[in-house]
Design a protein around this ligand. Structure first.
Ligand code: ARG
Length: 475
């Protein structure tokens, strides 16, 4: 006699679908294959166990299950956890999802008590909980990687406070900056990405557990205590909303999309900075590839792949937005499709950050080429105007005078304002004096820009310090 029969129950197949009872026929094998999510949600196994343990403890505290049953459930779940970790227990991919697999395995191991675990719970609130628990682990881990990339960029930046580099607008020479200034700009983008993730984490600080399938429970559950036990700040407010909300998937994937957009822009710069024409950076051989036909080639494929994978991340965002757009309340099976895009986007940005960090930290920065880029492009024309402003000329007039200097240089086939003689300059404005030439060297122009956030080493020093302070304890 089986244990079930002893309790007067029909014999159960622990591994049948959790909902098989009302069906006379089992599902078609192709149907099972079509609907399973275990290949995607298996990564939430430990979160599922954590949620189940807390749920069982609450059921016990509320006297819905006995202390003995709770004890068996706790031990059974712990053994599943350790056996999954050690590899002694392998996931059964014929299960419908990770929740079914863990519950079935538990009942295999502890018998009848295992059948009490799902009391007052639905997979609808269970999955919403598991996703939050998973993200609560994965996001801080991603933030750690982001902080580490910020640190790498800042460490390089610090060494290049004096390394001149042309700053561009419209991809045209604009004003001289430094490599330090430029790398810090990259780092600040990532700081915002880090912060955005923290903001989004705040919105998953409430527990949906106890929302049941959609309408809560008639049993005396204590949602607040189980939420507290799981480290949440409180509980979600509405059971219908709790099981049908996937805002957090969309929100994190949009955070990933912004982060990915930043990485893609940085990689775009690395790609053209490594061209023969620019030559600002030389990527290490470890993080470059060659060509199967052109023996000379050394290609920035890794920067291109990071840039190219933006499609995956944005695709995930659009996948989620589209999947959710027409869904009536509350849970609909469409929502099972949330995990693949969420995880794909997460994995993609994580891998991209790591590769980006390696690529950047092993790159050689061609400081001579960078400095050269500042010359002969009239990047000091604003400074010529500012010179006249300091002599009392209204800026609008000074702009026009500096423009005339550029015009004269171009007309007389000279590539820089400083190639004009003082008398030529004086013929445009008598305010020009010999001291102009010292004030419009690229270095002087760059270091004069001492406004907060500017490229002057006095300022970039402060930026680097702030960035390092930001990274402290985060990576
Ligand atoms: N695998 C499902 C999902 O991810 C779990 C919830 C199933 N709920 C249901 N009513 N079929 O959404």
């Amino acid at each position: 006699m089986s244990k079930n029969e002893a309790h007067g129950a029909i014999t159960h197949d622990n591994h049948a679908a959790l909902w098989h009872g009302r069906f006379a026929e089992g599902p078609d094998a192709a149907a099972v294959e079509f609907e399973t999510s275990i290949y995607v949600d298996e990564r939430m196994a430990f979160d599922d166990i954590q949620g189940s343990k807390a749920h069982a403890q609450m059921l016990c505290n509320q006297k819905i299950i006995s202390p003995k049953e709770n004890e068996e459930i706790q031990q059974g779940l712990s053994s599943i956890e350790s056996d999954l970790k050690s590899g002694k227990l392998l996931i059964d991919y014929s299960a419908e999802d990770i929740h079914s697999f863990i519950e079935a395995t538990l009942t295999d191991r502890i018998g009848e008590s295992g059948r009490k675990l799902h009391t007052g719970r639905s997979r609808n609130d269970q999955i919403a909980l598991d996703e939050r628990l998973y993200l609560r682990r994965a996001i801080p881990d991603l933030q750690k990687t982001i902080a580490s990339v910020i640190k790498t960029l800042t460490d390089i930046a610090i060494q290049h406070k004096e390394t001149l580099l042309t700053g561009y607008t419209h991809m045209q020479h604009a004003q001289p900056v430094t490599l330090c200034h430029h790398l810090c700009a990259w780092a600040w983008m990532l700081v915002r990405d880090w912060q955005r993730l923290s903001d989004s984490l705040k919105r998953i600080s409430t527990s949906p557990l106890g929302s049941g399938a959609l309408a809560g429970s008639g049993l005396n559950l204590d949602r607040e205590s189980v939420a507290k036990d799981l480290g949440f700040e409180g509980v979600t407010e509405n059971s219908l909303d709790s099981v049908s909300d996937r805002d957090y998937c969309i929100e994190f994937t949009s955070d990933f999309s912004i982060l990915q957009m930043h990485l893609s822009r940085m990689c775009e710069e690395i790609v053209y900075w490594s061209t023969t024409e620019f030559g600002f950076v030389e990527l290490s051989e470890k993080w470059s590839t060659g060509s199967s036909i052109m023996p000379q080639k050394k290609n920035p494929d890794f920067a291109e792949l990071i840039r190219g994978r933006t499609g995956r991340v944005y695709g995930s965002l659009f996948n989620l937005l589209t999947m959710m757009k027409g869904l009536p309340l509350s849970y609909n099976r469409d929502m099972q499709e949330d995990k693949a895009p969420l995880f794909e986007a997460l994995d993609c940005v994580k891998a991209n950050l790591t590769v980006f960090q390696e690529m950047v930290s092993t790159a050689k920065w061609n400081t001579q080429k960078m400095a050269l880029s500042c010359e002969g492009g009239f990047a000091n024309a604003t400074d010529v105007a500012d010179y006249l402003v300091t002599k009392g000329m209204p800026f609008r007039n000074a702009h026009s005078v500096a423009a005339q200097c550029v015009r004269l240089a171009l007309d007389t086939k000279r590539s820089a304002i400083e190639e004009l003689s003082l008398s030529e300059l004086k013929s445009i404005s008598p305010l020009f004096e010999e001291d102009l030439f010292k004030k419009i060297t690229s270095h002087a122009c760059m270091s004069a820009r001492k406004t907060t956030g500017g490229p002057s080493p006095v300022q970039t020093e402060k930026q680097c310090k702030k960035l390092l302070e930001f990274c402290e304890g985060k990576c």
